[in-house]
Design a protein around this ligand. Structure first.
Ligand SMILES: [Zn+2]
Length: 193
């Protein structure tokens, strides 16, 4: 991956509104067999706020990407935009876009690591017996997959076609109409009464 810093500037922090300390960094990342993505990271040393997002510079159609996770696929490049839903059904984990969701460029192992920390966080938050049991099972499966043991399915659904799994083994399909309708986009919307 080639990275090129395009722009660095000091901005007013979007979280704490302190002027003159938060840094916004824009990077252009060239991903082989995919194209260029723009990564924007905002970091504020004053309040600890950190957010990153990516924008694909080459437009794709809305798509569902399906890849088998196995020991040979851990280093496959994954581009997740802020508006994408990421899930591993066999592990029982799913991340939907929300106001705090981040876009990132990583690999399959990196996606597993992100799910691992999310499950650990949930284990600390939800202390009831069922959540603990389900959480520990998910955690165990994720950790085995990271070691290359077993298989599972990585699914990315992106209504704006900004995400990708860069592999010849990925299955790319259209998002069925009913699934597209149910997808969260991360944008807030107003319910009609
Ligand atoms: Zn701040």
């Amino acid at each position: 991956m080639n990275e090129d810093t395009i722009n660095e500037m000091i901005i007013k922090c979007p979280a704490c509104a302190v002027e003159g300390v938060a840094k916004s960094i824009m990077k252009e990342i060239e991903i082989p067999h995919f194209g260029k993505v723009m990564e924007t990271t905002i970091q504020c040393p004053s309040c600890g706020f950190k957010h990153s997002d990516i924008i694909a510079l080459e437009q794709n159609d809305p798509a569902k990407y399906v890849l088998e996770i196995n020991k040979n696929n851990l280093s496959i490049r994954v581009v997740r935009s802020q508006s994408a839903t990421v899930m591993i059904p066999e592990v029982g984990v799913k991340v939907e876009p929300g106001p705090k969701s981040e876009g990132y460029v990583t690999n399959v192992e990196g996606v597993l690591t992100r799910f691992e920390s999310a499950v650990k966080k949930a284990l600390n938050l939800f202390e009831d017996e069922e959540s603990q049991k389900n959480g520990k099972e998910s955690l165990n499966k994720i950790q085995e997959l990271k070691k290359g043991n077993g298989t599972a399915t990585l699914i990315i659904l992106d209504p704006f076609g900004q995400s990708n799994i860069v592999s010849e083994n990925v299955e790319i399909m259209e998002i069925p109409e009913d699934e597209l309708h149910d997808l969260k986009t991360g944008f807030s919307h107003i319910e009609e009464n």
